[in-house]
Design a protein around this ligand. Structure first.
Ligand code: JD8
Length: 247
């Protein structure tokens, strides 16, 4: 997969991209990430990327020309014929659809992805209307620009690409797409500051351990994120139990 990221601050991506899973995925050629500075697509002496908002108001708006030209360049230089047509061009914006694991899966299915990061008061509306094919928000809180949101999207998508996670982890993940929160996990020491690991986990009884973990996941989900149980994969007994507790 190829991911092109347009930003006024492309340097900020180097840290996250050069660690851990994303780093390995890039090294192994499973994903290629191109960082492009929107400022490089200006033509005036001052490399102007923003301007005042028509109609007035505080703050600056990103001009459309450099962003359109950057995407044109990506389409020219990396698309072999028909591919440019269906190329997803994602604008990160507080007004986008709320990012989720489902959207990550959808994005991971494309061979090529373009992410546009705005700054200041956002981008000229014509970018949204005539260039972006999709708008995504990572949550209802205010960021200063789209960069951190794009990093979240990249990390969530890259993890899903074939070969990125080890087969063991991805198999666990598959079976774990239960829609429940995770069960509590422990490692050594067996007792830390007087706090002991639950005895069941030391029993070696794998059927009992699996049962305990499932219960813990269900109870935790019920307590913290009850709405997840509406769509979680539950056994008939679990569904019955849940309905008796909260109809
Ligand atoms: C892009 C500029 C700054 C600040 C108007 C739009 C995403 N979940 C999210 N929260 N915030 C953003 C986000 C914020 C952005 C830009 C994404 C470009 N800003 C804000 C206040 C007023 N702009 C986001 N995805």
């Amino acid at each position: 997969m190829q991911i092109d990221i347009l930003s006024l601050f492309p340097q900020v991506f180097h840290g996250p991209l050069s660690e851990s899973i994303t780093k390995r995925a890039i090294e192994r050629g499973l994903v290629r990430v191109n960082l492009r500075n929107i400022r490089d697509f200006t033509h005036d002496r001052h490399h102007t990327v923003d301007d005042y908002a028509y109609g007035g108001g505080a703050g600056m708006v990103l001009k459309p020309e450099p962003i359109f030209e950057a995407v044109d360049k990506i389409k020219e230089t990396t698309c072999h014929g028909e591919e440019a047509e269906g190329l997803p061009v994602v604008l990160l914006t507080p007004q986008g659809r709320l990012f989720s694991q489902e959207i990550a899966q959808e994005l991971a299915s494309y061979p090529h992805l373009v992410l546009i990061c705005g700054r200041y008061e956002g981008v000229d509306e014509r970018v949204r209307e005539h260039l972006a094919t999709d708008e995504i928000s990572i949550g209802d809180y205010v960021l200063s620009g789209g960069e951190l949101a794009a990093m979240v999207v990249v990390e969530a998508v890259v993890r899903l690409l074939p070969g990125v996670l080890g087969s063991e982890v991805s198999a666990r993940h598959d079976s774990h797409t239960t829609g429940l929160l995770e069960y509590p996990q422990y490692t050594r020491p067996e007792v830390y500051r007087g706090w002991a690991v639950p005895e069941i986990l030391l029993s070696g009884n794998h059927a009992q351990i699996a049962k305990w973990r499932r219960e813990q996941a269900l109870l935790r989900t019920l307590k913290r994120r009850p709405e997840l149980l509406d769509t979680a994969k539950l056994s008939p007994e679990e569904r019955e139990l849940r309905n008796s507790l909260k109809p």
